[in-house]
Design a protein around this ligand. Structure first.
Ligand SMILES: NC(=O)c1ccc[n+]([C@@H]2O[C@H](COP(=O)([O-])OP(=O)(O)OC[C@H]3O[C@@H](n4cnc5c(N)ncnc54)[C@H](OP(=O)(O)O)[C@@H]3O)[C@@H](O)[C@H]2O)c1
Length: 173
């Protein structure tokens, strides 16, 4: 449930069946999606799993990068390290831009964080990739309200996608 100070938001690109990754990498590389990711997350803390961090060339600039690992010896000079999701969220709450904290993947971290999420920024790619091994948890409109949905865009090579913002339904106290 959302607390008044920090909105915890997962940002993710998913296929028709919640596919998000394959072989340690993203499935799609859509320029407009990367631009939107940058503009939404800029100046806010971003929390990611160690494998997602390893898939990036360096920490995301202009944002506090928090990497979750079980490895006590893991270090990254450009990121803060946490050994649990709870620890990562505590670090994020004390970082610049903490009114919104982004969970940026991958599959294990989305799964762990899912019960704590207040909002979702989804890029829905209208695709059912054959090669996929990582998924986002299933989102149903029983628990979530669609607050914004863009028009459907198309990449130069014909891949259709849209942007969808959702908020978790408030449960009665
Ligand atoms: N479509 C999208 O928007 C999107 C976004 C991000 C990532 N992805 C994709 O997702 C895939 C990566 O996801 P993934 O599930 O394989 O890996 P991941 O979630 O990025 O990272 C997993 C790692 O996080 C650490 N970890 C997980 N749970 C933990 C816990 N409870 N306590 C401490 N550490 C914990 C472990 O690191 P150690 O092994 O170091 O202990 C684990 O190996 C890639 O294919 C990537 O491209 C897609």
């Amino acid at each position: 449930m959302e607390n008044s100070k920090n909105n915890i938001c997962a940002i993710v690109a998913i296929g028709d069946n919640f596919e998000i990754g394959y072989n340690g990498d993203l499935i799609w590389h859509i320029k407009e999606d990367l631009k939107r990711f940058k503009s939404l997350t800029m100046c806010h803390p971003v929390i990611m799993g160690r494998k997602t961090r390893d898939s990036l060339p360096k920490a995301l600039p202009g944002r506090t990068n928090i990497v979750i690992t079980r490895n006590p010896e893991y270090t990254a000079s450009d990121s803060l390290i946490a050994h649990s999701l709870t620890e990562a969220i505590e670090i994020a709450k004390n970082s610049e831009g903490s009114e919104k904290i982004f969970i940026i993947g991958g599959g294990q971290i989305y799964e762990d964080a899912f019960p704590l999420l207040d909002s979702l920024e989804i890029t829905h790619v209208y695709d059912t990739p054959k090669e996929t091994d990582t998924y986002f948890p299933k989102v149903t409109l029983d628990d979530w309200v669609l607050t914004e949905k863009s028009e459907i865009f198309e990449t130069p090579d014909g891949l259709k996608y849209d942007f969808e913002s959702l908020s978790r339904k408030k449960t009665k106290p």
